[in-house]
Design a protein around this ligand. Structure first.
Ligand code: RB5
Length: 158
């Protein structure tokens, strides 16, 4: 599985640790920056990961900023991206089982690294409940995103 990861300055330290953690486990990691903890604007980095997932250059994305909120808001504007801002393993599990989330947005300031590692493990190892079943209730609900995403695509924004 290929994973694209990025942060802003507030998530930089955890991004380094989480990228190494993923590599140790044999994942292919695309580190989209930043390269240091100088202040940056989180949308610039959320966009890199969201585009990787949207265009299939990565199977999953991981974003880390102060709260995870700003990066999730931005990533969710990109078609085919379903980003979840997660602070517990239970929410990571549900974000996969019910929402088929493909981007995980983490808090580098309010959640400890070890807890984020556990959240990441859960996110990567939990299946979507309706995988291969387009008539299932979760799949049916996600399909309601398609017309909205189609409008964005038709406007030529992506
Ligand atoms: C940066 O100070 C902070 O606003 C950012 O990391 C993030 O938490 C935004 O949602």
């Amino acid at each position: 599985m290929k994973i694209s990861i990025a942060s802003d300055h507030a998530g930089f330290e955890q991004k380094k640790e989480l990228a190494a953690y993923l590599q140790e486990q044999g994942y292919e990691v695309l580190d989209r920056g930043p390269e240091n903890d100088e202040r940056v604007d989180y949308p610039d980095y959320a966009q890199k990961v969201a585009m990787d997932v949207s265009f299939g250059r990565a199977d999953r994305g991981v974003l880390i900023c102060g709260t995870g909120i700003g990066m999730a808001i931005f990533a969710n504007k990109i078609p085919r991206v379903r980003a979840a801002n997660v602070t517990s393993c239970q929410f990571a599990e549900l974000a996969r089982q019910h929402n088929d989330a493909n981007v995980l947005a983490l808090s580098g300031r309010f959640v400890e690294l070890e807890d984020n590692k556990a959240i990441l493990d859960t996110f990567l190892n939990t299946a979507f409940e309706d995988e291969g079943n387009p008539d299932g209730r979760h799949a049916r609900r996600l399909q309601k995103l398609w017309p909205i995403e189609g409008q964005t695509l038709r406007r030529g924004q992506l």
